[in-house]
Design a protein around this ligand. Sequence first.
Ligand code: DWN
Ligand code: ZN
Length: 408
Amino acid sequence: MTPLRTCRVCQGSVRQVLDLGRQPSANAFLPPAAVADEVFFHLAAGVCETCTLLQLMDETPSGLRYRDSYRYEASGSKGAQAHFARVAEHFLAEELTGKDAFIVEIGCNDGVMLDSVARAGVRHLGVEPAKGVAKLAEARGVTITNEFFGPSSAVDIRQLHGAADVIYGANTICSIADITGLMRGVNTLLSADGIFVFEEPYAGTVVTGRAFDQIYDEHVFYFSVRSVMVMAERFGFELVDVDHVAQHGGELRYTLARTGVRTPSPMVEKQRRVEMEADLTDSDMLQRWSTAVHDTRNDLVALLRGLRADGRRIAGYGAPAKATTVTNFCGIGPELLPFVCDSTPGKQGRLMPGSHIPIVSPDAFRDEYPEYVVLFAWNHADEIIAKEQAFRDLGNKWILYVPDVRII
Ligand code: DWN
Ligand code: ZN
């Protein structure tokens, strides 16, 4: 938990811009007997005064993250399944067309993307350190190596399988604090004209979209086009394409190639201008953001306290990692929200990190609907609200808090 003094990419000074207080590791869902062993750290985001990269000030020790007990399953929503099937289709049609094409996914989780590649009979490798989800990927027929990606695993993979045409990561590159080690690994493994593609939480969504709950220990970086351009250049790469991704409230997908090998798409310049016009990392903008996030906290807590005082039955829906940030930042515990429901079997029967709110199955929620429910999995709102139409038909209400607190 060493405080960061310099940017992890460019060594510029990092200025703290948002303090989210004492927090546990966001995906460390606890068995009730393990409460005494819980580890906390200081969660705060800062901005690099040189390359503008938004990043965590402190880190949890890496041993605490992505352990064998890691519970998040990337296939957990229909939206994600469809999205990753489309990503695979794109790679298969555009990049993996050679006779012996090879794709590596860094942090493939339960194999939601590589599943389609494996079915197409194309050479692939998922690099996944969390044993539980890696086993799920293997069970679908995905080839796995159970380790962290870095400079030495990249050498081993290259020796065993040859160079990769595509290296891909979804919501994983932002969690690799040692960006130099990552980029050295990519440099070792990527073919001369290959691409490194990663889609990650976007600084614009986190700041202007006020999705402050994307900030937690796993997400060390909140990239933007501007900061990725600097990062790519430092390591001999170039940002050649940018796409909008609807997942997780709005992300960006970045495509890097070795400098000069591919012609950058006009989207790169277009998105860079959008960011400049939005003053994304301007200090006044970040100050207003911090104030707005604190307002959200006050509004949400006041709403929940008022509902409890009126004797209303309230609960939470979804136990995403994001809910750890919100509940701990706002001081919301079981006295305000007696339970949250989540469809992930491995989370049920456990407690939310830090807040210790019990997690139950969605069946328990349907057995006796609460009157007001905080939709922590707000990024899946369309899917969940449609699925739980009966909840609303009975006059019950959803509570949302990104970008502002509101009842629908
Ligand atoms: O970056 C990360 C992303 C990809 O996934 C990781 N660091 C951790 C994780 O973030 P998250 O936990 O915020 O992801 P989700 O997809 O927003 O989590 C949604 C949660 O809601 C899951 O626990 C499943 C649950 N859920 C549910 O109970 N009913 C989801 C849907 C769609 C449902 O119908
Ligand atoms: Zn920097």
